[in-house]
Write a protein that binds this ligand. Structure first.
Ligand code: PNS
Length: 163
C-alpha cells in the first residue's frame, strides 16, 4: 500500500527547520504533499504563489514531494487529497502542546484524522519563520536559517535591507 502524507503550513518563508522535517517525511512516506496556506500576519514576506514556486524549486531533488496551496480547513485539504496522515514538526514542548490540541480539534471534525509528529534535529530547534521575517527587516545574515534559494530570493526582494 502506498502512503501519502500532507505537511501543512504557511512557510513564510521555508526554513532549514522545515526542510529537516520534509527530508525525514520524504524518506518515511511514499509521497508527500506540502500544503501552503496564507500567512495570517499583516505583512507576509512572500505571496502564497511565490512560496509555492520557491518551495517547489527547493524540494525538486527529493522526487516524491509535491507542493500545493490551499485555503480553508486543513481537514478539507486532507480529505480532498485522500492523505493518510498529516506531518507536523516538533521543536519543543510548546510545539507538542499546541499540536496535540490541534490534532484533537481536527479529529473532532474528521474522526479518521491522524497526525505524525516528527522531532526536529536539535540544531534546527531554534529556527522559526517568525524570527526569520524579523531578521529580514534588520538585514540579518540568514545563511544558517533558510535554504540558499530562499535566501537569494529574500535578498532580491528586500534588497534595501541587504546593502
Ligand atoms: O506551521 P504553521 O504555519 O503554524 O501551520 C499552521 C497550520 C497550517 C497547521 C494551521 O494554521 C492550520 O491547520 N490552518 C488551517 C485552518 C484549520 O484547519 N484550522 C484548524 C481548525 S480551526
Amino acid at each position: 500500500m502506498s502512503t501519502l502524507a500532507v505537511f501543512p503550513g504557511s512557510f513564510d518563508p521555508l526554513t532549514l527547520g522545515h526542510m529537516n522535517i520534509i527530508e525525514k517525511a520524504s524518506r518515511l512516506f511514499d509521497r508527500l504533499i506540502i500544503g501552503v496556506l496564507p500567512n495570517n500576519t499583516k505583512t507576509p514576506l512572500f505571496s502564497v504563489d511565490e512560496r509555492v514556486k520557491m518551495i517547489t524549486e527547493v524540494v525538486q531533488e527529493l522526487g516524491n514531494v509535491e507542493v500545493k496551496s490551499f485555503d480553508g480547513l486543513l481537514v478539507d485539504f486532507v480529505k480532498k487529497e485522500q492523505a493518510d496522515c498529516v506531518v507536523r514538526g516538533i521543536r519543543n514542548m510548546t510545539d507538542f502542546d499546541y499540536e496535540v490540541r490541534m490534532n484533537a480539534v481536527n479529529r473532532m471534525m474528521l474522526p479518521a484524522y491522524e497526525s505524525v509528529f516528527l522531532v526536529t534535529d536539535s540544531r534546527y530547534s531554534c529556527i522559526s519563520s517568525t524570527d526569520v521575517r524579523s531578521g529580514v527587516h534588520y538585514g540579518v545574515d540568514l545563511t544558517d536559517f533558510v535554504p540558499d534559494i530562499v535566501y537569494r530570493l529574500i535578498r532580491e526582494k528586500y534588497k534595501e535591507n541587504y546593502q
